[in-house]
Design a protein around this ligand. Structure first.
Ligand SMILES: NC(=O)c1ccc[n+]([C@@H]2O[C@H](COP(=O)([O-])OP(=O)(O)OC[C@H]3O[C@@H](n4cnc5c(N)ncnc54)[C@H](OP(=O)(O)O)[C@@H]3O)[C@@H](O)[C@H]2O)c1
Length: 169
């Protein structure tokens, strides 16, 4: 709320308050908070919910994926059965939003093309980001796992933050 107050035209509030009036929600919580999402199920009903959540486990410089079967986005979809859940921004470092110097792809896994289109419209409003449809929500684990690879590669190389951009082969 305090951060929103510093940005002209931006309105903040508690998670509950914002869930009431938002048109779309972006989940940027630690993985272990996903299970508490069912408290928002009715407030986020019929809304687009984009999950940036990556279930990761840090083992020194190597970052491992922390789930076996499902993905964080699928668990979010189970907790929010009447929302349109898709992945987005999982592979984009927070630093990108403080002034991007590069182009990046936002991988969107969603169970319908309509949900993808809705997500893509929102993503395309952010400079430097290109939405890419990667298929149904069952692809979410691959999207989330990619973050473990990106973070591990950056940490092992001791270099700058990395992100993802697909180019024609
Ligand atoms: N950081 C990145 O570059 C980046 C990029 C892509 C995706 N992500 C994903 O985004 C998620 C958050 O990462 P982060 O780096 O932003 O972590 P963070 O700095 O620790 O922020 C976590 C946020 O979640 C809130 N939160 C924690 N537990 C909660 C709960 N039980 N219910 C509701 N809100 C809760 C925290 O609120 P309080 O401050 O009030 O505790 C805080 O605002 C992770 O799943 C991560 O994989 C991060």
């Amino acid at each position: 709320m305090a951060a929103a107050a510093k940005i002209p035209g931006v309105r903040g509030g508690s998670n509950m308050d914002v869930a009431v009036w938002c048109e779309a929600a972006i989940l940027t919580v630690p993985f272990d908070a996903v299970e508490s999402l069912n408290a928002f199920a009715s407030l986020l009903s019929d809304k687009l919910v984009l999950s940036a959540v990556n279930p990761l486990r840090f083992e020194g410089s190597v970052i491992q994926y922390a789930l076996r079967d499902r993905s964080a986005a699928e668990l979010a979809a189970s907790a929010l059965p009447r929302s349109r859940v898709a992945t987005a921004f999982n592979n984009i470092p927070a630093a990108f939003f403080r002034g991007h110097q590069t182009q990046a792809d936002v991988l969107v896994a969603a169970d319908s093309e309509k949900t993808y289109e809705e997500a893509a419209t929102l993503i395309a409003t952010i400079g430097g980001l290109r939405p890419l449809y990667v298929g149904p929500l069952s692809q979410a684990q691959s999207v989330e796992r990619l973050t473990a690879i990106i973070l591990s590669a950056a940490a092992l190389a001791g270099g700058p933050r990395l992100t993802v951009r697909f180019v024609p082969a």
